[in-house]
Design a protein around this ligand. Structure first.
Ligand code: FES
Length: 197
């Protein structure tokens, strides 16, 4: 899986001349849940995972950042070469490991750099919504959006509205789902391989 993680908005530090280039950030093994509020009565801050396409939506996120457009820091971006690279198990694993919401974002239909892979993403999205519902997870915790490289404002808007939507749904707290404790194997067993191929 070719992926990298963007720093959270506002946390990037400028490079220091003479510094060695940093090695690529590893894909997190688990969604960090340590930043959830621990004090009684503290506001709920949802953890949202965003799977973005390298050619469009990841660049839209970059544009939003460099243009100083504001969007909630609740989202952790994971870059894929194409939204069609998204295996449904990635989404289930994110929920199983503590995410409250997952956003999938890619090139507009017809603009995919790999011809028609984002049409497969649409079908997987529909499959995932049905699967999540069967597990008692609100379909509103999953969103599919399109954003071209020049649509930083659209990307920021989608993130903002989605984070608010997940915040309204409340914490998911689904890490103890028994079928998911086996990690990828457990997730894969729940899905029809003929549909995910
Ligand atoms: S290259 Fe962006 S969705 Fe396929």
């Amino acid at each position: 899986m070719s992926a990298s993680v963007l720093p959270e908005p506002g946390t990037a530090t400028p490079p220091v001349p003479g510094d060695q280039p940093a090695s690529p950030a590893p894909l997190p093994a688990a969604v960090p849940g340590g930043d959830r509020p621990v004090e009684a009565g503290a506001a709920f801050e949802p953890v949202v995972i965003g799977f973005t396409c390298n050619w469009c939506s990841y660049r839209a996120a970059d544009l939003a950042g460099t243009s100083r457009m504001k969007y909630p820091p609740n989202i952790r971006l994971i870059r894929l070469m194409c939204s069609g690279r998204l295996d449904p198990t990635f989404v289930l694993k994110a929920f199983a490991e503590g995410a409250d919401g997952v956003m999938i974002s890619g090139c507009h239909p017809g603009d995919c750099h790999y011809v028609d892979q984002n049409y497969k993403t649409m079908r997987r999205y529909q499959l995932l919504q049905r699967t999540l519902e069967q597990f008692g997870i609100e379909p509103g915790r999953l969103r599919l959006t399109w954003a071209s490289a020049g649509e930083g404002a659209i990307f920021a808007h989608e993130v903002t509205t989605f984070v608010e939507q997940v915040r309204a749904l409340g914490p998911l707290d689904w890490p103890s789902a028994p079928a998911l404790t086996d990690g990828d194997a457990g997730c894969a067993a729940m899905l029809d391989p003929g549909v995910t191929a």
